[in-house]
Design a protein around this ligand. Structure first.
Ligand code: FMN
Ligand code: COI
Length: 354
């Protein structure tokens, strides 16, 4: 995986590399997301193994899926000409949920069609940036439904854009000519000139979520929840899942690492809906730590983009397969047969006593 990142770094235009690699502010949260995993160790159980393991997870709209999913990352055609189609084929072939979204450079119907080339029944979720105009939000939801997406992911950590320091320094504040946020094409009030413009919704409130839920039959997950009270509210409002995420350190540069927020959110949700986590997941043992601390599955953002940039569909497949194999191996070493065998008592803070 490190090699794919290195290849991507060498081959990508540096400004595009920075767009993917970078975070907000001084990139403290970006760094902390990965470091958080180093603060934990796994405490295996012994003599309770089995020759075979089942690592599948049950998620909304994906009843039997890999425990590692592709987190939504914008603008895949910026890093590889095959763009989201390649990512979709790779995720489907590896049995992983792909979260495509509002900011894709390929329309959602084409993303789902590409996934179906690789697997008969792929799970593609649609990540929604709620639009300030509710009819635009409703139209985006309809496009996702019509395309065959099996769940919606509403990103709630972005009432305003994060200040991406590298992008501001590089003057990279819009898509280059020839690229568009294809899902925005032809929506009410948006024209060809607005194709790259994905406005945030600073005024969004819980009743807006209720409206989104009423307007769709798809399960809706909330992405970007860090506070346990918000996790409770999400469940009370009917969310089908909660994704603990700080947007890969690209929004507020003063929040905790995503992993450090997971135990309290999992406690607040108390098993009523699945809790997912993304941010800093780089190896199979990171997936194991996240699952032991209460996640049903873990998302990866940048590693998938590095795989795509370096080797297209093959590169994404390599990233997902490596994570799956490492996770399965770690589960075996910890004496587990299924994901639920990883429990919170099997994770300890390094350097302490337990
Ligand atoms: C280049 C890039 C683009 C992203 N675009 C989106 C997006 O459009 N919507 C969204 O909800 N999250 C977006 N994210 C955040 C990811 O979904 C995810 O939370 C984050 O990348 C996870 O951290 P990781 O990169 O350390 O795995 C983006 C992240 C990156 C790196
Ligand atoms: C279009 C952007 C809002 C995509 C994004 O979420 C990001 O770059 O972090």
């Amino acid at each position: 995986m490190r090699a794919l990142h290195e290849t991507a770094r060498k081959t990508l235009d540096p400004v595009r590399y920075d767009y993917v690699a970078g975070g907000a502010g001084e990139e403290r949260v970006l760094a902390d997301n990965e470091r958080a995993f180093d603060r934990y160790a796994l405490l295996p159980r012994v003599l309770r193994g089995s020759g075979t393991r089942d690592t599948s997870a049950a998620l909304p709209g994906a009843p039997r899926t890999a425990p590692v999913l592709v987190a939504p990352t914008a603008f895949h055609r910026l890093v590889h000409r095959d763009g989201e189609r390649a990512t979709a084929r790779a995720a489907a072939a590896e049995g992983a949920v792909l979260v495509t979204g509002t900011a894709a450079t390929t329309a959602v119907r084409d993303v789902v069609a590409a996934a179906r080339e690789a697997a008969p029944d792929p799970a593609v979720w649609f990540q929604l940036y709620p639009h300030p105009r509710r009819e635009v939000t409703a139209a985006l939801v309809r496009r996702a439904e019509d395309a065959g997406c099996t769940a919606l992911v509403v990103t709630v950590d972005s009432p305003v854009f994060g200040r991406h320091t590298r992008d501001l320094r590089n003057g990279f504040t819009d898509l280059p000519p020839g690229y568009a946020a294809e899902n925005m094409r032809g929506l009410p009030g948006t024209g060809p000139d607005a194709l790259t413009d994905i406005p945030m919704s600073p005024a969004a409130r819980w009743p807006d979520l209720t409206e989104t839920l009423r307007g769709t039959s798809l399960p809706v997950l909330l992405k970007g929840v860090l506070h346990p009270d918000d996790a409770r509210l999400a469940v009370e409002h009917g969310a089908a899942g909660v994704i603990v995420s700080n947007h890969g350190g690209r929004q507020c540069d003063a929040v905790p690492a995503a992993l450090d927020c997971l135990p309290a959110v999992a406690g607040a949700v108390a098993g009523r809906v699945p809790v997912l986590l993304d941010g800093g997941v780089r190896r199979g043992s990171d997936v194991a730590v996240a699952l032991a601390l209460g996640a049903a599955a873990a998302g990866v953002g940048r590693p998938v983009v590095w795989g795509l940039a370096a080797e297209g569909e093959t590169g994404v497949r390599r990233v997902l397969a490596a994570l799956r194999e490492e996770y399965d191996h770690t589960l075996a070493l910890c004496g587990g047969r299924r994901n639920a065998d990883l429990t919170a008592d099997m994770v300890v803070r390094k350097g302490g006593t337990w």
